[in-house]
Design a protein around this ligand. Structure first.
Ligand code: HEC
Ligand code: HEC
Ligand code: HEC
Ligand code: HEC
Length: 226
């Protein structure tokens, strides 16, 4: 073999070896990615982007990483599953009625258990109820409730609404109301009012319709597995 041919062969071998190594390295990288990640609602995000989302979620709930993560970031925890569900069913599906996107922060505002605010609200409003207007876009009517004494609620629609609460949550009237006193405030009434004001009246489904109690509850009071 002439020296030139030897050099040519040598270069060819080096190129082939480099290509093979590149191939193996790539395959290894791909398999290590698919083996060690457990991404279901944030697929295709780079590690950097996942970290950015995680920081947003932590801030929105006012918690640190260990609130949802335990043994490893990949391992399943009940709170990780709730977070996934909130991302899939609320954030990725619902919109504000003006069409803008919703985020964890919109509902949570720095608290994991935002419903505990409902009872704090009940303590802070010890006096007469402040005027409350409930817009029922779905029914095409605007209901006013000035106080427990002065009320402009069309009786017919009002009771339909109460019955729809029963159905959506799979409960009867005494679940929210004190026996024999519909006007009395109860923590569940407060929660129902919060859902009415913050969810049903402000959020819409992909088809633009308001989100009603049954869209989320589907006959249950508790929808989160905790
Ligand atoms: C509210 C719950 C929650 C909090 C708080 C949270 N995470 Fe996560 N994290 C999740 C969920 C859910 C997933 C899986 C996402 C998916 O399925 O696409 C995840 C995935 C991850 C992953 C990718 C794991 C994999 O399977 O590859 C990393 C890394 C991670 N989180 C880091 C963090 C860090 C760091 C923090 C704190 C800054 C944090 N997380 C805070 C819920 C949370
Ligand atoms: C439409 C409103 C809404 C949105 C948007 C929302 N959540 Fe929630 N989330 C709730 C409600 C209501 C609860 C029940 C709170 C309670 O029990 O006090 C809850 C509870 C949770 C819990 C369980 C807390 C616990 O340990 O008891 C986690 C975790 C959570 N949300 C994560 C998220 C994450 C992450 C996002 C954004 C991807 C998000 N949520 C977006 C309404 C929302
Ligand atoms: C999921 C909770 C929930 C259920 C179940 C429920 N209600 Fe209500 N109810 C409320 C809330 C919240 C209000 C206050 C509405 C407001 O502030 O405008 C209310 C108000 C009322 C009022 C007016 C009270 C006043 O202040 O004058 C009556 C009457 C009433 N409900 C009857 C019923 C009846 C009858 C049923 C069963 C068919 C029922 N409710 C089921 C949550 C509920
Ligand atoms: C966007 C979804 C969503 C909508 C819409 C919604 N809810 Fe809820 N609601 C939740 C979540 C999430 C929880 C927490 C469930 C859990 O702890 O498992 C909850 C909890 C509740 C609870 C407390 C249950 C308990 O026993 O702790 C009541 C009462 C309630 N909702 C009433 C209503 C009423 C009435 C409506 C309609 C006006 C409504 N909700 C609409 C998501 C929703």
């Amino acid at each position: 073999m002439s020296p030139q041919r030897i050099v040519k062969w040598f270069i060819l071998v080096v190129i082939l070896a480099a290509m093979t190594f590149h191939h193996i390295a790539q395959a290894q990288q791909q398999s290590s990615l698919s083996e060690s990640t457990n991404l279901q609602v944030l697929p295709g995000l780079s590690r950097l982007q996942v970290m950015q989302v995680m920081r947003d979620w932590s801030r929105a709930l006012g918690v640190d990483c260990s609130y949802c993560h335990q043994a490893s970031f990949e391992a399943e925890t009940p709170r990780k599953q709730i977070a996934r569900r909130m991302q899939r069913e609320f954030v990725a599906t619902l919109k504000h009625s003006d069409g803008s996107a919703i985020s964890c922060q919109n509902c949570h505002q720095g608290q994991p258990n935002l419903l505990s605010r409902a009872s704090a609200y009940s303590q802070s409003s010890a006096g007469p109820l402040r005027p409350l207007r409930v817009k029922l876009k779905s029914a095409g009517v605007v209901l006013w409730r000035a106080s427990t004494k002065v009320r402009f609620l069309p009786k017919k629609h009002f009771m339909e609404r109460m019955l729809s609460f029963n159905q959506a949550l799979g409960v009867n009237c005494s679940y929210c109301h004190k026996q024999g006193d519909f006007e009395a405030e109860t923590p569940r009434k407060q929660t129902a009012r919060l859902m009415l004001k913050e969810f049903s009246a402000k959020l819409t489904k992909p088809d633009g319709q308001p989100v009603n109690c049954n869209d989320c509850h589907q006959g249950r009071t508790r929808l989160l597995d905790r």
